[in-house]
Design a binder for this molecule. Structure first.
Ligand SMILES: [Zn+2]
Length: 91
């Protein structure tokens, strides 16, 4: 199982996202939404890939199964609450 995250410099983020994790392949900082933070707490060994690296690996294969990191309602609520991301403008 892998966790696919947007890169930390994405245009939008969700409230409470963390930016301290990095992609296992390219080392870029990624955004980890609260739902995924909860997921990683339960499964800290899960490798994280940024979406670019995941797509470069071929993205979703025919055998792959997509799972949300949390209940669909929780993930939908996060997406509805998305805010502009200022991470790349930080000092
Ligand atoms: Zn990457």
């Amino acid at each position: 199982m892998i966790l696919v995250c947007a890169r930390a410099d994405a245009d939008w983020t969700t409230r409470g996202s963390s930016f301290d994790r990095t992609c296992a392949k390219c080392g870029w900082h990624v955004m980890v939404a609260v739902s995924s933070q909860r997921f990683l707490k339960k499964r800290p060994e899960t490798p994280i890939l940024c979406e670019q690296c995941w797509l470069a690996l071929g993205g979703l294969g025919p055998e792959d199964e997509v799972r949300l990191p949390d209940k669909p309602e929780a993930v939908a609520e996060e997406i509805r609450g998305a805010v502009p991301n200022n991470w790349s403008k930080r000092n």
